[in-house]
Design a protein around this ligand. Structure first.
Ligand SMILES: [Zn+2]
Length: 248
């Protein structure tokens, strides 16, 4: 709809331009990353770990990616969602899609388990299920030294770990243990970051890539917390703050 006069008077036009510029400034990302890929680990066919109550890991990954998507968009970062429909079975297409979308950072979102020999039996809603005791809990972060930009990936993983700890989450330690885990070398012990050089999604990413295990869903208490939308939001807020901190 246009009533006379259609052309804005010069002073109004200047004000309009200033308003548009300020709007763009407010929408600009807090850190240096403009486009960030969020990869939902696993899929509908290969669902990853099964939680203590029988929920597939992919479902947890998908929900956290959706929470992260909203969090990054709020900060002015353009999220690129990868594999959220659950139909991506291969690993190599994930970093490739991130590159094609111009992503400057690749984050693969997972939830954790542990070796089968530590799984114990219990029943939930009349069905036999497996659970892990409290030696297995907490978040973990992984970077690969085969990723061409791993020093920046490590900076981001450390920043995310620091933000998660500041938000009350605890890093796991069992991946570094030769018996409980796989003697996975710490890259930044204080912030729960490990080296995992052969992780395919990170090795094949051309941009800095990191993998986050948000928590252990086979631990019954931790699963209950991770299933809660408020916890997913707290994790998303912390990860978003970490991304902003390392990209700047
Ligand atoms: Zn996984």
């Amino acid at each position: 709809m246009c009533f006379r006069p259609c052309a804005a008077p010069p002073r109004f036009a200047l004000a309009l331009l200033l308003w548009l510029y300020m709007g763009m400034a407010w929408a600009a990302p807090v850190g240096g990353f403009v486009v960030v890929a969020l990869d939902a680990g696993h899929g509908i066919k290969s669902q990853g770990a099964i939680s203590a109550r029988g929920v597939p890991e992919f479902e947890f990954n998908r929900r956290l990616v959706i929470a992260l998507d909203a969090e990054l968009a709020k900060a002015g970062i353009r999220p690129v969602l990868i594999a959220v429909d659950g139909n991506t079975e291969d690993l190599l297409s994930r970093p490739r899609k991130a590159r094609e979308a111009g992503a400057q950072l690749f984050i693969s979102v997972h939830h954790d388990s542990a070796k089968a020999r530590f799984h114990r039996d219990w029943q939930f809603e009349g069905k036999p299920r497996k659970f892990l005791d409290d030696r297995f809990r907490g978040f973990s972060l992984f970077v690969s030294r085969n990723n061409p930009q791993w020093p920046l990936a490590l900076k981001c993983a450390s920043a995310i770990g620091a933000q998660l700890i500041a938000s009350g989450f605890r890093p796991s330690r069992y991946h570094a243990d030769p018996v409980l885990g796989s003697a996975r070398e710490f890259a930044d012990e204080a912030n729960g970051v490990h080296f995992f050089d052969n992780l395919a999604v990170l090795r094949n990413a051309t941009m800095p890539g990191l993998l986050v295990e948000a928590g252990v869903i086979v631990n019954r208490d931790e699963e209950a917390q991770l299933a809660h939308p408020a916890t997913q939001q707290r994790i998303a807020t912390a990860v978003g703050a970490g991304i902003a901190a390392c990209g700047s």
